[in-house]
Ligand binder design. Structure first.
Ligand SMILES: [Zn+2]
Length: 271
């Protein structure tokens, strides 16, 4: 189930350490005061309705500031020249998997991002790929699961896989991160006219041999991949390559715009 931004912010607001620190400060100030509160005020303060209204008032006062934080990450991406996929082509679906916890990290990694951003060069390639797909199958569409990813999120992801067998699937931030961290990689699949993803043999984000495009002949032979699923993967690679992207051997859904070296030499890392 999709979590609404207001609930996400409310949770962060209530659980944030600064909120606890604020309560402690207010509490210590009150105790330091020489004059006790008048009895009528004390009576009012214990009434649940008054407490409830106070919390609501505080939330109303603070929510705009918290909402501004959401705009900040989008603004940061925009200020770096990255572009929103949806703004460029609203027929491309976007469903960022790291805005929910049902991804391989079991964590929400994008607390305040719900748009997919890409560098304009990669975005132009994605628009070409969408057109190539529509030319072949007008009712199909690309769906983006992840695109530009800040290094701070890469760091969180690395902490989850560090020291496990899954670390080979995640770029180590200490080595400069990966193409997602430049807005030059995209995790993508195809949906039908109902918005249902085509069968690709595994879920997006399944880290294992079944997701390797280099093993597809073996997977077909062993019955771990159907002909239809293999054909769907081929279609995805065909349209993404026609847009100028390169497939990644270990993840059927991941496509790079250029090499890591080219990214380091010519593009800006997202902090
Ligand atoms: Zn990826």
């Amino acid at each position: 189930m999709k979590e609404y931004p207001v609930l996400r912010h409310l949770r962060r607001f209530l659980l944030g350490r600064w909120w606890i620190a604020l309560l402690r400060s207010v509490s210590s100030l009150c105790h330091r005061g020489s004059q006790p509160l008048p009895a009528t005020w004390q009576g009012l303060a214990t009434k649940p309705i008054v407490r409830g209204l106070s919390i609501l008032l505080v939330l109303l006062l603070f929510y705009p500031a918290l909402y501004a934080q959401q705009a900040t990450l989008s603004q940061k991406m925009s200020s770096m020249g990255l572009k929103s996929v949806t703004a460029a082509d609203s027929t491309i679906l976007v469903d960022l998997i790291y805005t929910r916890s049902d991804n391989f990290t079991d964590q929400v990694l994008y607390e305040d991002l719900d748009e997919a951003y890409l560098h304009p060069h990669a975005l132009a390639g994605l628009l070409k790929a969408q057109k190539a797909l529509k030319d072949l199958y007008p009712r199909y569409s690309l769906i983006v699961y992840d695109a530009a990813r800040p290094m701070q999120v890469q760091q969180q992801m690395w902490r989850v896989v560090r020291g496990t067998t899954l670390r080979k699937y995640v770029s180590n931030p200490a080595n400069g991160g990966g193409l997602h961290n430049y807005g030059l990689a995209v995790d993508v699949s195809i949906v039908d006219e109902e918005g249902v993803p085509l069968a690709m043999g595994t879920e997006v984000d399944h880290l294992g041999e079944e997701s390797h495009i280099t093993h597809e002949a073996d997977l077909l032979r062993e019955g771990k991949l159907t002909k239809k699923e293999a054909d769907n993967r081929l279609l995805l690679r065909r349209v993404m390559r026609s847009g100028g992207f390169r497939a990644l051997p270990s993840e059927w859904w991941h496509f790079n715009w250029c090499s890591r070296q080219e990214a380091r030499e010519n593009y800006q890392l997202i902090p």
